[in-house]
Ligand binder design. Structure first.
Ligand code: NHX
Ligand code: ZN
Length: 676
């Protein structure tokens, strides 16, 4: 079903906080402190005088204190405040509060004698530091600090694009070829056989361009990896670089956009310049929709100029380099439909490689990859896990495996077992379980009635998804839930859609029928139903009044709806009618099965979680079985058989052990040891 998606429009126009400003503030602060420091501490003047004058000053009692420096052989006297004007011919405001005069003296050892002779009564200090050096350091150090800071800024603080003068440089991360390369090969990409095959072609272009150009063919410049998030588009691009053994420039579309105008375009230019130097190589632009969104359709005209000029530069660069330059651009997006058509034109990203969500066998492969680092039960049925995770991406499966390991650790299991994985799946779909949430009896009953409503209606409808379990334990945002195992199909019929809508409305229908009230609890159900019915009417042409029309919101329409006000009204009417029909249908089914529904709700209040078997006990076998139903039943049967077999085996072993013990023989080797 086509669902409208959020568009990260805002992001591009907002000035981003940049580290550059921080540097500027720090430098300004330092400069201020240095300037201040010069004014106060060492601010007093030091005047160099002859030894004769020096002696005269001491004799005349001008000296407040004397400092003798052994290193440079000088004596310095601090002039008494009332004599400052006389000695320096300037006021205190000019020379500072404690101005000094200094003179080279014949001997630092004899100075004390001299002072005593002259009747000097102030303090005498000796110091060894080099005052001259201090002075020089004092005036040079700030300059040195500034210069160092300056260089640091220009060169950037480590990472690429750190300094203010590198805003125009591309922020692309370069992964070299060979040893230091991405280290990813196709073997690391689980599933995605189709995409791998298509991408293999790109590897061939990079490895052996002559083969293709000799016959006059042109090597494509770019390929677009299209697919939902988490399906491994980046991994695939890395694998191409790894397989072809070429350098790999990786960058996100949003990296082009910065608060300074014109930066995006110059970054594109810089990226291509760097890439051409390293050719043959791969440029990978992740989330290209950040720059590649169609031009000129935005509400905020003018605000997107920066993005547009970046896009224009990208288009120009792609046209600019020759087809045999050996640079191939891979870009990833999950929304091709919003990309500017110019990007998809022949000679640019003219080939699209679809990276879809993994199907069942692919999920098994992905599970195998992510299970490798885990210590898990060897008897784990990986196919069962794969079957319980329809619609999961590779990233989701990685998450399941990790979460399962954490859950197992929390429960102090020695190995990760099946239940840990199933709990992890529940947790990832539904959120955290909230066992502590307190509910009144009345609320609990309403919730049970609601969930039993879903369960009953879905059980009795031919095309509704098969049920796995029903729970009234709060989890995440939901107070209760009915869990289904949707059949994985590529196309869905109108009947299937309607049955699902009906089952989703079963919750509220049960509330209304059996409590006499409706509640806020149906919020999510109603949202799903409304979206789905709107899609059926407006996008899929599935209503009687508006058959076979599709008003799927496409970039081409811009911001005006491609239909009249009158049609808009009819769409609304049709949506309302569809929902009303299905609601009535759900109510009818529920009132016809009042007793069974009540039994289910009671059981739910009692046990909090009930499973497929329990529903089957009450309702009898499902009248219509889907393939998923059969799978679930097979699974149940396999579980039962395995449990029986294990019990049997256990009993047999106990018997044998007892017999062996009685005969005084060593015990029979256990299962598992036999294999070794
Ligand atoms: C709530 N959530 O937020 C609670 C926690 C009917 C037993 N009030 O359909 O959990 O009620 O089949 C503001 C106002 C969500 C925010 C009302 C967010 C209502 C899930 C709906 C089970 N299972 N619904 C379901 C459910 C809820 C909701 C809201 C809100 C319930 C139902 C949410
Ligand atoms: Zn519900």
């Amino acid at each position: 079903m086509a669902s409208p998606e959020k568009q990260p429009q805002q992001r591009n126009n907002m000035p981003r906080f940049s580290l550059n400003w921080l540097y500027i503030v720090i430098i300004a602060g330092l400069a201020y402190i240095l300037y201040q420091g010069q004014g106060e501490g060492s601010g007093s003047v030091d005047k160099e005088v002859t030894y004769t004058d020096f002696k005269q000053y001491v004799r005349d009692g001008y000296a407040k204190s004397v400092t003798v420096n052994k290193t440079d052989g000088k004596a310095r006297i601090t002039i008494a405040p009332e004599k400052i004007r006389e000695v320096f011919k300037q006021g205190v405001d000019r020379v500072g509060k404690a101005p000094t005069v200094s003179a080279r003296i014949p001997s630092t050892d004899r100075v004390e004698e001299f002072l005593e002779e002259e009747g000097f009564s102030g303090t005498v200090k000796y110091e060894e530091s080099d005052r001259l050096l201090m002075n020089i350091l004092g005036s040079i150090l700030p300059i040195v600090i500034l210069v160092v800071l300056w260089f640091w800024m220009i060169r950037g603080s480590g990472g690429p694009g750190g300094g203010i003068f590198s805003v125009g440089k591309s922020k692309a991360k370069l992964v070299e070829k060979g040893e230091k390369g991405t280290g990813v090969t196709f073997a690391d990409v689980a599933g995605q056989e189709g995409a791998k095959q298509e991408v293999q072609e790109v590897v061939e272009f990079l490895k052996n361009p002559k083969k293709f150009t000799e016959l006059g063919g042109k090597i494509p410049k770019g390929a677009l990896l299209v697919g939902p998030p988490g399906t491994g588009k980046t991994l695939l691009a890395k694998a191409v670089a790894g397989e072809a053994d070429v350098p790999f420039f990786s960058m996100s579309g949003s990296d082009f956009v910065e608060m300074f105008v014109g930066v995006g375009a110059s970054r594109v230019r810089d990226l291509f310049r760097q890439a051409k130097e390293k050719a043959p190589c791969i440029i990978f632009i992740d989330e290209i929709d950040a720059v590649g969104r169609a031009r000129g359709r935005s509400v905020m005209t003018g605000g997107n100029d920066e993005r547009e000029s970046t896009l224009n530069q990208l288009l120009t660069e792609m046209d600019g380099f020759g087809t045999n330059s050996g640079v191939i651009i891979l870009a990833a997006t999950n929304r091709v439909d919003i990309l500017d058509k110019a990007l998809l034109r022949a000679g640019r990203f003219d080939r699209q490689i679809h990276v879809d969500l993994p199907d069942l066998p692919e999920r098994v492969a992905i599970f195998n990859v992510h299970l490798k680092p885990l210590k898990y039960d060897e008897n784990l049925d990986i196919e069962l896990l794969a079957r319980q995770t329809p619609g999961f991406s590779g990233a989701d499966i990685a998450n399941v495996c990790n979460e399962a390991a954490l859950i197992a650790a929390r429960h102090n299991h020695e190995k990760v077992v099946k239940q840990d994985f199933l709990d992890a799946v529940d947790r990832i779909i539904g959120g955290l379980e909230k066992k502590t949430k307190v509910m009144t009896e009345g609320e609990k009953r309403t919730i049970a009635l609601h969930e039993a409503g879903h369960a009953s209606v879905s059980w009795l409808l031919e095309h509704a998804n098969p049920l796995i379990k029903v729970t009234i334990v709060p989890r995440g945002q939901a107070l209760g839930a009915a869990w289904y195992l949707p059949e994985e199909r590529s196309i869905t019929t109108k009947e299937q859609l309607l049955d699902e809508v009906c089952a989703t409305l079963g919750g509220r229908a049960a509330e209304e029928l059996f409590t006499g009230h409706v509640s806020t609890g149906a919020l999510n159900d109603l949202e799903t139903v409304t979206k789905r019915c709107y899609g059926m009417v407006a996008y899929l042409g599935m209503s009687e009044a508006l058959p076979n029309v599709c008003y799927y919101e496409n970039q081409e329409y811009g911001f005006t709806k491609p239909y009249s006000e009158k049609t808009a009204e009819r769409i609304d009417e049709e949506v309302n009618r569809l929902i009303a029909e299905q609601y009535a249908r759900a109510k009818k089914i529920l009132s016809e099965n009042r007793d069974k529904h009540a039994a289910l709700a009671d059981l739910l209040v009692e046990r909090e979680v009930i499973y497929r078997e329990d529903v089957e006990q009450i309702f009898g076998p499902r009248p219509w079985k889907s393939r998923a139903d059969e799978l679930l039943e097979l699974q149940e049967q396999a579980n039962r058989e395995r449990a029986e077999k294990m019990a049997e085996e256990h009993a047999r072993r106990k018997e044998q052990e007892a017999a062996a013990d009685a005969a005084g023989c060593p015990p029979v080797p256990q299962k598992g040891e036999e294999d070794e």
